[in-house]
Write a new protein. Structure first.
Length: 197
């Protein structure tokens, strides 16, 4: 059984600038791809440089949103010395506000910021993954796999009692029990088959 750790986790500060540069580069690349698709779908011929001159604002918005989210989230975590969903909510608010600035209205700026803050806070509160919340982050991988391996193990007799026999699930002595049931129900003697095949 794994021992329960009651001590508090120690926060390790992160490099906000390096994380921001990585994130802005990654989301800027996604913006470049989106800009290229927008340029390709344009009705008039704008040429290959239209990616930067015609739809280049998309690249800037993507890079600014990604960089802002990462910087605010990391800086908030460093200042508060804790990792929780509030960091994601703050980063999401400022990142969404950048998207709202394109509309040039305060309600859009506040609305996009609040909407993205709620979505990212919910994402962070579920463990930062789409596959569900992981309760114990300190659990050893071997212990976790061992726990999963033994969690659903039950005796075969219990499985036979719950599901019944047949459909590929046969317990020991099934052939004899089957012969007896057929004999009782229909009065037919079923010959015993040899198990060597």
């Amino acid at each position: 059984m794994a021992s329960q750790h009651t001590e508090e986790r120690i926060y390790h500060p992160q490099d906000a600038i390096a994380n921001t540069i990585k994130s802005a580069t990654l989301t800027g690349g996604a913006g470049l791809l989106t800009s290229a698709v927008q340029n390709t779908l344009a009705k008039q011929n704008v040429g290959p440089l239209g990616i930067f001159f015609r739809t280049g604002g998309t690249i800037a918005v993507f890079a600014a949103m990604g960089g802002t989210y990462t910087f605010v989230r990391t800086a908030s975590a460093n200042l508060r010395e804790t990792e929780d969903p509030y960091n994601g909510a703050l980063g999401g608010f400022f990142s969404g506000a950048i998207l709202g600035l394109r509309a040039r209205s305060f309600p859009a700026t506040f609305g996009y910021g609040a909407g993205l803050a709620v979505v990212l806070a919910a994402f962070e509160s579920t463990g930062g993954t789409l596959w569900g919340y992981k309760e114990k982050k300190n659990l050893d991988k071997y212990e976790e796999l061992e726990k999963l391996r033994t969690a659903y193990r039950q005796p075969a007799e219990k499985t036979f009692a719950e599901l019944g026999e047949g459909r590929g699930i046969y317990g020991p002595g099934y052939a004899e029990r089957r012969r007896e049931r057929i004999k009782e129900a229909y009065g037919i003697d079923v010959p015993a088959t040899s198990s060597t095949s």
